[in-house]
Write a protein that binds this ligand. Structure first.
Ligand code: PMT
Length: 402
């Protein structure tokens, strides 16, 4: 998986640092050369000896170490790896990265690197939810840092909530995405739909749903990471456009269908958008006024076009592979399988969107990949990991068809 790849693992000071030892083992088992950088905080939780024994490499700790600088130099340490993973990433380290500090080896290397950086945050739930941390995170993400996790669960401090570092296997999956072979989908065109649609009631009101676009945007980014030319057709979301992806912003299902049709031909289409099944039959031209008698307006609905079914219909421009998503709150698998048959797509990614799952709007998802005659149940993963795994499957399928 990682043959010939070099990874720099920065281990900062958090109890989750013990999981980084397993991460080193998994990366090495995957064929990577792993160098470790241990911060002063990290030294409190794992020893340089453990990291050195597992990685089979010297462990770097000091910015002002004469020997380290002679042997390697912090700039080389920053430039040589194909990927830098920071696991665990502490709240303090995020704050320091955000302000561009370079007063220890970890910050200096992360400031100097031009390679993708994958952060695996780990901290107490309140530290994670603190507006300062959230703001630091959004600044770092806007600057191009990538993130995996954190997950939700019991914490070492006895509290429960979001802030647990992603499991080593999940970090491994994310790392594989970054180091993916960008030639796999080179020359392929992918259409991805994402986010909700807004169906106007009048010029100021609309019908919408809770989709954030996180899953669809992650799929678009993952396909682009494999070298595809990606056209992302997005409903109204609060996300930045993924890097390296052409984005068409739309509002309604009709607009989304038109944009998809305009984007054809494509090798693959992935419909992750939560398209409104219905729209208002006759949206008002002006804002609907309250009536003097207090009677509420009655709104007649009419069916929206089905974008997935239309892309799946046989014809000269049908993509070789059409993938839908199914969002269900009951009888997930049965309903999804019926949907797969009804819409005519090749694969369907089924997910439970009951409020308790947090699928809508959350960072994690548990999906079932259904093909016409098989089904795989995937574990709960970060939406980016789901997207990378799906993109990998898409690449396999297109390669097999070629
Ligand atoms: O955006 P997030 O907050 O990250 O949440 C992700 C998600 C839950 C929105 C995503 O994982 C997901 O399930 N997307 C599909 C949502 C949906 O509309 O499902 P559905 O079961 O109602 O529709 C089935 C399929 O038909 C979907 O591929 C949908 O895009 C498509 N469809 C539906 C109606 C319609 N008029 N046109 C369509 O193309």
């Amino acid at each position: 998986m990682f043959d010939g790849k070099q990874i720099l693992l920065v281990v900062a000071g958090g109890i989750a640092a013990y999981k980084s030892l397993e991460l080193v083992r998994l990366l090495k088992a995957g064929g990577a050369r792993v160098r470790c950088l241990l911060t002063r905080g990290g030294e409190q939780f794992v020893t340089p000896l453990s990291l050195a024994a597992l990685s089979g490499e010297k462990v770097y700790q000091d910015l002002f170490s004469l020997t380290d600088e002679q042997e390697m130099g912090h700039i080389r340490l920053a430039r040589e790896p194909d990927l830098v993973i920071v696991a665990p990433t502490t709240a303090d380290l995020m704050a320091r990265l955000r302000s561009g500090r370079a007063d220890d080896l970890a910050c200096a290397v992360l400031l100097a690197t031009d390679k993708p950086v994958l952060l695996a945050p780990a901290m107490n739930v309140r530290m994670w939810e603190n507006p300062a941390t959230m703001e630091n995170l959004s600044v770092l993400e806007a600057r191009g840092f990538h993130r995996v996790g954190p997950g939700t669960g019991d914490m070492a401090c006895g509290e429960w909530g979001e802030g647990r570092m992603a499991e080593p296997a999940e970090i491994l999956e994310a790392a594989a995405g970054f180091l993916a072979d960008r030639t796999r989908l080179a020359g392929r065109h992918a259409i991805v739909t994402s986010g909700p649609t807004h169906e106007p009631i009048d010029p100021v009101r609309y019908i919408a749903n809770r989709s954030s676009g996180k899953q669809g945007h992650a799929v678009a980014a993952a396909l682009a990471d494999l070298g595809a030319r990606v056209t992302l057709i997005s409903g109204p979301v609060r996300l930045s456009d993924p890097r390296g992806v052409a984005v068409t912003h739309v509002e309604s299902a009709e607009d989304m269908l038109q944009a998809c049709t305009d984007a054809l031909p494509a090798d693959v289409a992935v419909c992750a958008a939560a398209v409104a099944d219905w729209k208002i039959a006759d949206a008002a031209r002006n804002k609907i006024k309250k009536q003097a008698n207090g009677a509420p307006p009655s709104l007649a609905l009419t069916e929206n076009p089905d974008i997935l079914a239309s892309l799946s219909a046989p014809g000269a421009t049908r993509p070789a592979l059409v993938v839908g998503f199914a969002a269900e709150t009951e009888n997930l698998l049965e309903n999804a399988r019926r949907k797969l048959a009804r819409k005519g797509c090749d694969w369907l990614v089924a997910n439970d969107v009951s409020p308790a799952t947090g699928t809508f709007g959350g960072d994690r998802n548990q999906v079932h990949l259904m093909t016409r005659n098989a089904q795989e149940d995937w574990p709960t993963m970060d939406k980016t990991a789901v997207a990378r795994a799906l993109a990998g499957r898409i690449a396999d399928a297109l390669e097999a068809q070629a």
